[in-house]
Design a protein around this ligand. Structure first.
Ligand SMILES: CC(C)(COP(=O)(O)OP(=O)(O)OC[C@H]1O[C@@H](n2cnc3c(N)ncnc32)[C@H](O)[C@@H]1OP(=O)(O)O)[C@@H](O)C(=O)NCCC(=O)NCCS
Length: 157
C-alpha cells in the first residue's frame, strides 16, 4: 500500500480518509472484534461525535471497497497528542495499514504544532505493545496513569 491520504484508491483499493460520524457503526463493529480495544461510556455515538467535532479531521479510517478495515481516534489537548483505539481488521493486518494510520495522524499533529503523542495500552496487550515498540514508540516505565470518575459523587471528598 502506498502512502495515501486521499480519495483515490491505491492498487489494493485501500484509502485512508477522515473518520466521519457516519462511519460509527462500522468502526464500532471493528473495535468490538479487535482484542486490545476496550470500549466504554466514552465510545457512544454521541461521545465519538463530540470527540470528532473537538478534534476536526484528525481521526482516520482505512477503507477497502467501501468497507472499513482500520480506524484510529486522534486528538490533542493543545499540548500533547493522543491516539485511541487503533485497530485493523484481522485479515488485513501486516500490510502496513496500522502504521500508515499512525503516521498520518502524527503528520497531522506535527502540522498543528504538537510535539509528543501518547497512547494508552492495556498492560496485557502484548501484541499491541510489540507493534508500538517495533514502530519506534517508547514505553514510559517512569509514569503511571491515575484516574478519577467525574460523573460519580464519590469523586468529591
Ligand atoms: C496493532 C495493529 C493495529 C497493527 O496493525 P497492522 O496493520 O497489522 O500493522 P502494520 O502492518 O502497519 O505493521 C507495521 C510494522 O509493525 C510490525 N508489526 C505489526 N504488528 C506487530 C506485532 N504484533 N508485533 C511486532 N511487530 C508488529 C509489522 O511487521 C510491520 O513491520 P515492518 O515495517 O518491519 O514490516 C493490529 O494488530 C490490531 O488491530 N491489533 C488489535 C488492536 C490493538 O491491540 N490495537 C492497539 C491498541 S493500543
Amino acid at each position: 500500500m502506498k502512502n495515501i491520504l486521499a480519495d483515490c484508491p491505491d492498487g489494493d483499493g485501500i484509502i485512508l480518509r477522515v473518520f466521519c460520524i457516519e462511519d460509527y457503526d462500522a468502526v464500532v463493529t471493528l473495535w468490538r472484534r479487535s482484542e486490545g480495544v476496550g470500549l466504554n461510556e466514552s465510545d457512544t455515538r454521541d461521545a465519538i461525535a463530540a470527540f470528532l467535532r473537538r478534534n476536526p479531521r484528525l481521526s482516520l479510517v482505512a477503507q477497502k471497497r467501501g468497507r472499513i478495515i482500520g480506524a484510529v481516534l486522534c486528538g490533542h489537548d493543545g499540548r500533547r497528542g493522543y491516539l485511541h483505539h487503533l485497530a485493523v481488521s484481522k485479515r488485513h493486518r501486516q500490510h502496513g495499514i496500522g502504521r500508515q494510520l499512525v503516521n498520518a495522524c502524527m503528520m497531522k499533529l506535527r502540522k498543528i504544532g504538537i510535539q509528543k503523542c501518547t497512547i494508552f495500552l492495556f498492560a496485557e496487550n502484548v501484541t499491541g505493545r510489540k507493534f508500538w515498540i517495533h514502530n519506534g514508540w517508547s514505553l514510559r516505565a517512569d509514569i503511571q496513569l491515575m484516574q478519577i470518575r467525574l460523573d460519580d459523587n464519590k469523586s468529591v471528598k
